[in-house]
Design a protein around this ligand. Sequence first.
Ligand SMILES: NC(=O)C1=CN([C@@H]2O[C@H](COP(=O)(O)OP(=O)(O)OC[C@H]3O[C@@H](n4cnc5c(N)ncnc54)[C@H](O)[C@@H]3O)[C@@H](O)[C@H]2O)C=CC1
Ligand SMILES: N[C@@H](CC=O)C(=O)O
Ligand code: NA
Length: 454
Amino acid sequence: MSATVEETTELAPRLPADNLRRAVRIGICGLGTVGSGTVNVMARNGEEIAARCGRPVEIVQVGARRDNAACDTSKLNVTREIFDVADNPDVDILVELIGGTTVARELVLAAINNGKHIVTANKALIAEHGNELFAAAAEKGVTIAYEAAVAGGIPIIKSLREGLVGNRIQWLAGIINGTGNYILTEMRDKGRSFAEALAQAQELGYAEADPTFDVEGIDAAHKLVIMASLAFAMPLAFDKVYTEGISGVSSEDIRYADELGYRIKHLGIARRTEHGVELRVHPTLIPQRRLIANVNGVMNAVLVNGDAVGPTLYYGAGAGAEATASAVIADIVDVARTLEAKPDQRVPAAGVAEGSQAGPQVLPMDEVVTSYYLRISAHDKPGVMSQVAKICSDQGISIEALIQHEPAEGEALVPVVILTSRAKEARLREAVAQIEALDTVEGEVVRIRVETLG
Ligand SMILES: NC(=O)C1=CN([C@@H]2O[C@H](COP(=O)(O)OP(=O)(O)OC[C@H]3O[C@@H](n4cnc5c(N)ncnc54)[C@H](O)[C@@H]3O)[C@@H](O)[C@H]2O)C=CC1
Ligand SMILES: N[C@@H](CC=O)C(=O)O
Ligand code: NA
């Protein structure tokens, strides 16, 4: 029987003494929401983390422009110069939590060149520079871990890269921006304005430094492309993602969607088709009966459909200090567990062995087939509906459901809401252009895609 550490040292009481290797030494760069959350959870759960790694994990340096009252760094070695951390010979793992892509890329490359492993929460960095960074890391025999970059605390990277690898993944769809989901939920449930809900999300630490990344779908596109690269073993192709945000979603459309039995959610969708992979981020009507339609507030959820396992659903907090720290620390533990392993004994950062990434082409948006919700502002005159129906039918589109209320008192225009059959995007766009050109129709037709996710 080996002696327990309790009998020998107070370093890490739950570690068996014969397993006691030197501490894994980490350097944290960035002490904002996620950085402070990581420091706090590391301090609180240090013993459990050490036991899981089989060795203590020590923060040997923190690079931060300024202190953060949300965490106590009085006993830590803090530098104002983050590149000190990349150059510190005592650091095994550099944890990048500064955000952005310019300095973060330089920092990560500097650390890799110095033989350090990387843990990052930075989806923009991975989505836009991941191909380069993975290659640099492979060259140096170090790894890059990025669980926190997608869906915050949900272990979706782990699931795609390890748990589901026996499958040919057919599609995945996710609510992958906590800020956006929080805003849509507040608008629907509390009748809050878009601006009020966004301000609240910023206060709670959910939003990106530039919140247009959240509301215009860029953050979701970053996350989608990372998941798609793992699901379909393809290189990261951020510039190929079709991206629409939620800033155009109105309370009126949320109400009509409800009336039709749907919820409006901001989804990232990646689907394998015969002709290529669909990569798209946009507001989407989902039937209310689907579990994912009932994911509210800052919560995220990702549905992954594999040929062997069928649909699987991952749910949890997509943003916030400690929820994200949970994923950062899971990565630290993963790297720590294999610190002395040979590079080919680790799970590859890109999910497939080097050189095996081929992957399908990305399908042009015009070729994507979906159903549509259309809201048309029409003059209250006879014949409008037959004109609209004819235009749709000429494009091979049928009308599956329709709502038309009486015009409001003193209003000349009536909203006509339609759900269409599935059609190619290009056909739908042509139909909408013709509807907008009708004398009986005013302004732009509101269009939101519909997915059954069945
Ligand atoms: N806030 C959240 O819920 C989540 C954030 N993330 C990602 O985590 C990363 C960090 O996000 P947050 O903590 O929310 O951001 P934040 O803005 O709260 O913190 C970033 C910190 O890095 C510091 N920083 C930036 N450049 C620096 C430099 N050159 N030198 C020294 N310090 C520098 C800033 O002063 C700030 O304190 C980002 O990549 C973000 O996308 C990922 C998942 C969830
Ligand atoms: N701003 C992001 C943070 C997590 O990735 C979000 O709101 O989801
Ligand atoms: Na995650």
